[in-house]
Design a protein around this ligand. Structure first.
Ligand code: NAD
Ligand code: MG
Length: 396
């Protein structure tokens, strides 16, 4: 068995750390050849000392100089690079065959696309990259000829519940009728609507079932996360939007389901632990120990499923609407949401303004064709400017 050579984009984040945890347990299967982070120098240094990658990348020169010093002291000769282009170098020049795309947000798009074009096995956690560039990204995967394995737990579940043939080439003959994405409903599923105004970042980041990065935690609270996931499913599985359903399932045990023409519904169940989809993607088509405790159905309380309340979760409606419009609308939705979430987390913008920023930005920017990476990045930048301007008007 050839050892897989793995590059991790975003190795210091929640998904990155879980990926290294799985890899650590299987040194005979995986070798880490590139690690990247934005600013967490000390954590990246520890990871480099343990895994000795060929390349490590940080966002800026200061961080890179600090990392270089820490590594040389330990006699680790990892090449240290910095800046956005270095993320691409980590994919193209590290000798990797597998790329874990786990940067959060639009910053992950260019290196993830580079991995697709280069024919790598892409383990896709960075859903924003796919939402921004859907068609272009799927084309790049096809041209590159690599394997695309979804890491987002819902999409990983659906991938597991679909026939193998379908994941290669969706075809109506295979009897797939609907995809059912489950959602926990986040921490405010039952909070009285009149109390949502005072939500703090700490409350929004305290997810009942999953421990995740701050941005996706806020997205889970607003359910924008599920909206992004609907768009992600649309592209990954070539399924029309009317056939992608969202169900609130507070226990996060059923990670998603596929309904078939003959009446069958196939579900994937498991602990809410990202190491399961990560291990699946790393080892596919084999199965390896993910370090996850076995699921005990008899120890679970009842499993429940409900329709989402769109008045409580306007971000979900906005995402469905943007998906329907298509073109650059999902790019704008994503960019405005990133700006709004950052303003909520870091600048004291009220929680309930998040959907307003997204809605206003979507209606201010005409929809265009998302045909090239240049046009996508241009629209992304424009949407960020418009969203920031709206936030300023809220403040004044
Ligand atoms: P996180 O915030 O914990 O980690 C993000 C990583 O990206 C860090 O290593 C950070 O240094 C790096 N990064 C951030 N901004 C960057 C930039 N501008 N340039 C380069 N690197 C940058 O996030 P996370 O929770 O690990 O999520 C990562 C991705 O995986 C997101 O797209 C998220 O939606 C997706 N995802 C996460 C989970 C989860 O359980 N955490 C589940 C499903 C999907
Ligand atoms: Mg998910």
């Amino acid at each position: 068995m050839a050892i897989k050579q793995v590059a991790i984009l975003g190795s210091t984040g929640s998904i990155g750390v879980n990926t290294l945890d799985v890899i650590r347990a299987h040194p005979e299967r995986f070798k880490v050849v590139a690690l990247t982070a934005s600013k967490q120098v000390d954590r990246l240094a520890q990871q480099c000392i343990e895994f000795k990658p060929a390349i490590a990348v940080l966002a800026d020169a200061d961080g890179a100089a600090r990392l270089e010093k820490l590594l040389r002291e330990q006699k680790i000769n990892t090449q240290v690079l910095y800046g956005p282009q270095a993320l691409v170098t980590a994919v193209t020049d590290s000798g990797c065959d597998t790329v874990m795309a786990a940067i959060v947000g639009a910053a992950g798009l260019v290196p993830t696309l580079a991995a697709a074009k280069a024919g790598k096995r892409v383990l896709l956690a960075n859903k924003e990259a796919l939402v921004m560039s859907g068609n272009l990204f799927m084309q790049a995967m096809k041209q590159g000829g690599g394997e695309l394995l979804p890491i987002d737990s819902e999409h990983n579940a659906i991938f597991q519940c679909l026939p193998n043939q379908y994941t290669k080439a969706p075809s109506p003959g295979l009897g797939v009728e609907e995809l059912w994405l489950t959602a926990s409903g986040g921490p405010f599923r039952n909070t009285p609507l009149d109390q949502l105004g005072g939500i703090t970042p700490e409350q929004a980041c305290a997810h009942p079932n999953w421990v995740m990065g701050r941005k996706i935690s806020v997205d889970s609270a607003t359910m924008m996360n599920k909206g992004l996931e609907v768009i992600e499913a649309f592209w990954l599985f070539g399924m029309s939007l009317e056939k992608i359903k969202v169900l609130i399932h507070p226990q996060s045990v059923v990670h998603s389901m596929v309904r078939y023409r003959d009446g069958s519904v196939i579900a994937q169940l498991g602990q809410p632990d990202m190491r399961t989809p990560i291990a699946y993607g790393l080892a596919w088509p084999e199965r390896i120990d993910a370090g996850v405790a076995p699921l005990s159905l008899t120890q679970l309380a009842a499993l429940s499923f409900n329709e989402p309340d769109l008045a409580r979760f306007p971000c979900l409606s906005l995402a469905f609407a943007a998906a329907k419009v298509g073109g650059t609308a999902p790019t704008v939705l994503n960019a405005a949401n990133e700006i709004a979430v950052a303003a909520f987390l870091d600048e004291g913008m009220p929680y309930l303004q998040i959907p307003k920023v997204v809605e206003k930005t979507l209606s201010a920017i005409p929809v265009a064709d998302a045909g090239s990476i240049e046009s996508i990045l241009e629209i992304d930048a424009q949407a960020r400017t418009v969203a920031r301007d709206f936030i300023k008007t809220f403040n004044s």
